[in-house]
Design a protein around this ligand. Structure first.
Ligand code: DX5
Ligand code: ZN
Length: 228
């Protein structure tokens, strides 16, 4: 299976995305390899510009380095930036597989959706906890995944906001079987079941995965708790 198809196929099991924001940055390749060896399906790269969110994180060089180190890994970029159009190009140049950007940063996303698809990338539309589904409704059919934030973006290690679950259920009803629904923020073996039951099939985890004493166990618990 080519890595580009990962978000576009019908899934029999949820995908676990290891968010490298909680990896050991001084040994990123080693730590990401451990997450993949423990069973993570893809690597999630959180990009923060200090404007859209108050934190700074990783640029395209990190994506490029991960691509060199992991030629077959699916690299899922999550842009939390004011200017997603510019940075989408740079991360596609750095050979990521998918780009998710926020509707709050790009209220008219059509051109960017088309541009990412034209360059062969998967497209995700992300919404913050306080943003209503109505903001993305007309674009949902055109993207490969919807990313619902279950924390206010900017940092790993925050508590899961369960008030987003009704929104997740509403988004789930809008999606075809070939589209993914990604939950990001506070996902752990404890909260995974509620995410799955609400319809999510891509679970992003940073602190609960990289901080687990047994990562393989944490991943299998997140994967198995709750079934659609
Ligand atoms: C938050 C990021 C998340 C974050 C998740 O702004 O988008 O991907 O890394 O971290 P945890 O899993 O620790 O909540
Ligand atoms: Zn993220």
């Amino acid at each position: 299976m080519s890595r580009l198809n990962l978000f576009r196929r019908r899934l029999r099991r949820p995908l676990i995305a290891a968010s490298v924001l909680s990896a050991d940055f001084a040994a990123l390749g080693v730590d990401a390899a451990r997450a993949l060896a423990a069973g993570a399906d893809l690597l999630h790269i959180d990009v923060m510009d200090g404007h859209f969110v108050p934190n700074l994180s990783m640029g395209p060089v990190v994506c490029q380095a991960l691509r060199r180190r992991f030629p077959r890994a699916f690299l899922d970029v999550h842009l939390m930036v004011d200017d997603p159009s510019t940075y989408a190009e740079r991360f596609l140049d750095a050979e990521c597989d998918s780009i998710s950007f926020h509707i709050e940063a790009q209220p008219k996303p059509q051109k960017l959706i088309d541009r990412i698809h034209a360059r062969g990338g998967c497209v995700g539309l992300a919404i913050n906890p306080d943003t209503p589904v109505s903001r993305i409704r007309r674009y949902v059919t055109q993207v490969d995944l919807v990313l619902v934030m279950s924390v206010h973006p900017g940092y790993s290690g925050q508590a899961f906001i369960s008030a987003v679950l009704p929104k997740v259920r509403a988004v789930s009803k809008l999606l075809r079987p070939d589209q993914r629904l990604q939950m990001d923020g506070g996902v752990s073996p404890i909260t995974a079941q509620a995410c799955r039951e609400a319809g999510c099939d891509v679970l992003v985890s940073a602190s609960a995965l990289f901080g687990a004493p047994n990562r393989a166990l944490a991943i299998s618990q997140m994967r198995l708790r709750g079934t659609k």
